[in-house]
Ligand binder design. Structure first.
Ligand code: ZN
Length: 509
């Protein structure tokens, strides 16, 4: 199968060498880009089975969502209001739905992303079923990974792992202060050493099986280890996870200092920052990606730069969950690898990476005449080159170039170039400052057309929406106790604050 993809402009290459080809085209053979160049020349040089494009289109590499949890249904619509992460997660965990179907939920998330131009995404998957309930848990995780495979997307599937501090970052002292009734209704227990070891054993054996079955599936799927965060995973487990990643030559995806309290956990319980702790355990390396990374110190930034780990910036999630602003400009200037993620918690809840890149551009404009900021090309590069590092596929995805994998999107520029556009405006500035996910007409992943004329071709989206529309909020009977639990958690962290609210957005500000 040979396809000609073309447009008024085509964005070729990566980084500083990224260039715009006017009337550009790419010849795709199978899953690989065979040639890139002038539309007329390429039209004549090869015979094609299919031609996709028009005068209105900008052809660019498919976008990469480097952190997400695969929730297809808007949390806002589910009535889960934005709030500080420490209390928000409780609301999120205990809000059940009758009729819930993991496959459909994850498929919907894949469709939402792909339609908006994301061709490669991480799913750091949290199953609603306990790890120790091994059959149900395994079945649920497999439904999630199958939805990713069936969506036609390039997926980095990373089942999440937690084995301590389920309720707060200091369960040992917190749970003892809770009334018995609340503790019992949520089955809250301090994890013992043997609980932690048992969970780790289950996780690693389940992971090995999942990896064997799905890693490399259809040339598009990778299976990564997914330790949740420093305070949620015991040191033994971190070491075993690192060993497993090395043995299976796969990636590790985690959260890191997403909130002020997670940073304080380091000071209180480790006597150092969580990033320094991971470095001391020799966990960090090029195969490690750390979502959020908001409360990094300057020393942490040099550690991450030195170990070549990637930080994943989630601009709108960080704002929606009251977590601050990651020091993305400082990270980039320190030579760190930085990618961008949606975290399923974006502006308008629309999983629109163009809007996310725009917010990223607006957030990191330091006040003053010296105009310290990230250029639109740097932001696109964070998404594409940073994302390709997270995908452990730097020479494969993230650029339109001969020999690369054919992940491309065609953006229809008609809406955002009315009534005219100045010749002086660089094309990448135009895309970062004006385009939306809804401007993407066609999406090609691994050489296959997955969206054509804004229609998703791998599943019937309207039928799926109709089905999911029948789900109902579950009346769990826990609501009153949940409100009490959340209150307790709030006062617990207020004590960590020492009664003083902070007006800093990260350690560096
Ligand atoms: Zn997350």
């Amino acid at each position: 199968m040979r396809t000609l993809v073309y447009g008024k402009y085509l964005i070729r290459g990566a980084g500083e060498r990224r260039q715009i080809v006017k009337n550009g085209a790419a010849c795709v053979e199978g899953s690989i880009i065979k040639d890139v160049g002038d539309f007329k020349v390429l039209s004549k040089s090869y015979q094609y089975d299919l031609k996709v494009g028009s005068e209105k289109h900008i052809v660019m590499p498919g976008l990469i969502n480097s952190h997400d949890h695969g929730n297809g249904i808007s949390l806002i619509l589910r009535g889960i209001s934005d709030g500080p992460l420490e209390t928000w997660v409780q609301d999120f965990f205990y809000r059940g739905m009758e009729g819930w179907n993991t496959y459909d939920n994850v498929m919907l998330s894949c469709i939402n992303q792909i339609e908006n131009g994301v061709t490669c995404f991480i799913n750091h998957y949290y199953s609603p079923f306990d790890l120790l309930d091994s059959n149900t848990h395994t079945e649920d995780v497999e439904s999630a990974v199958r939805a990713c495979v069936d969506s036609g997307g390039r997926a980095l599937f990373s089942p999440a792992f937690t084995n301590q501090n389920y309720c707060t970052y200091e369960d040992g002292s917190f749970l003892g202060t809770l009334p018995e009734g609340i503790r019992r209704s949520f089955n809250l227990k301090v994890a013992t050493e043997s609980d932690k070891a048992e969970r780790l054993k289950q996780y690693v054996s389940g992971f090995r099986e999942l990896h064997r079955k799905y890693d490399g599936k259809d040339e598009r799927t990778r299976v990564y280890l997914g330790p949740s965060n420093v305070h949620w995973v015991s040191d033994d487990a971190w070491l075993e996870i690192k060993k497993t990643a090395k043995r299976l030559k796969t990636g590790i995806h985690t959260h890191l200092v997403e909130t002020r309290y997670q940073a304080q956990y380091g000071t209180k319980f480790l006597g150092k920052t969580p990033a320094k702790h991971l470095d001391d355990l020799a966990i960090l390396g090029p195969e490690v990606s750390c979502a959020h990374s908001i409360w990094l110190t300057r020393e942490d930034i040099s550690i991450l730069a030195k170990t070549r780990a990637t930080a994943v910036h989630n601009p709108s999630s960080n704002l929606r969950l009251f977590n601050g602003i990651a020091p993305a400009l400082e990270m980039k200037r320190a030579g760190m690898s930085v990618a961008i993620g949606l975290d399923g918690t974006t502006i308008n809840d629309e999983q629109d990476m163009f809007q996310e890149m725009r917010l990223c551009s607006l957030l990191h404009r330091h006040p003053g005449i010296q105009a310290r900021h990230l250029s639109p090309n740097e932001i696109l590069d964070m998404n594409l080159t940073g994302g390709s590092k997270v995908a452990l596929d730097e020479g494969g995805i993230g650029a339109i170039e001969i020999g690369r994998k054919a992940d491309m999107i065609l953006v229809n520029a008609s809406r955002f170039t009315v009534p005219f556009v100045s010749e002086k405006l660089p094309l990448i500035d135009l895309l970062i400052l004006r385009a939306k996910g809804s401007d993407v007409d066609h999406v090609m992943i691994n050489g296959n057309l997955v969206v054509r004329n804004r229609r998703f071709l791998m599943a019937d989206k309207s039928k799926l929406l109709e089905k999911v529309g029948k789900w109902k909020e579950k009346n769990s009977g826990l609501d009153q106790n949940l409100a009490k639990l959340v209150d307790r958690i709030r006062s617990f962290y207020e004590r960590w604050d020492g009664g003083e609210p902070s007006n800093r957005m990260n350690f560096i500000s």
